[in-house]
Design a protein around this ligand. Sequence first.
Ligand code: GUN
Length: 293
Amino acid sequence: MQIIDGKATAAEIKKEIAAEVEQIVAQGGKRPHLAAILVGHDGGSETYVKNKVLACEACGFKSSLIRFEDNITEEELLAKVRELNEDDDVDGFIVQLPLPKHIAEQKVIEAIDYRKDVDGFHPINVGRMSIGLPCYISATPNGILTLLERYGIETQGKKCVILGRSNIVGKPMASLMMQKRYPGDATVTVCHSHSPNLKEECQQADIIIAAIGSPHFVTADMVKEGAVVIDVGTTRVPDASRKSGFRLCGDVKFDEVAPKCSFISPVPGGVGPMTICSLMKNTLSAGKKEFYK
Ligand code: GUN
């Protein structure tokens, strides 16, 4: 059994990106520039954005943090999005979610120029991904693909069961695992809260990607000997022994499932650290105009 180390993989990739950026700059190219819009003071969002800015520094990117109070109007926010769309110095940008309730998130996402949408949330990027065209792939699915690749995990012809059908993980993961290339070419089954035979499906799976947000949902009796298990769960459970007052709990009962696996990703330290790394990969692609001119 091998534990998939997302933290080490993410660190390795950031180093590779930094080396490539220095080469680009040494050859007279432009340093990639990521801008992030943060509205309000949500604790989780503050932490995410801070970590994104730090990751930009580690990769040698230029970063700009644009802050607004949570009483900003939708029109003011859309005006800033349009300004960043037009700003040639900004290669890619994100609007940190969630937004205050009076702002329509989808409207903001769709206002972002898809060529700068390094979050991969714009319907053009989602659509291009689903038909296998070059595009920005969102952070979590992108991180999972990178882990499968880096660990040389075989996917062709494998039975892959995805638990959860969310727009941010389940659906894109299904589409990516069935695409005609590595890592893909798998036979994909998506199970969710209305699947009557979820346990039996898992028992037959070569690869399980658990993204249902239900702590310890996947137990040893659901997993085939030698299976690959990717845990995307990040439920916060109260933990008085932590400074933060909580700890992250995965969808997989790690201690009993791990001995049966060929590969397993833990929580924390598996998929989680890969998400910001995916954003950095997309920002590098944006800087290089890899997908769109
Ligand atoms: N909030 C939580 N995750 C994300 C993310 O990946 N991108 C943005 N923009 N907001 C988020």
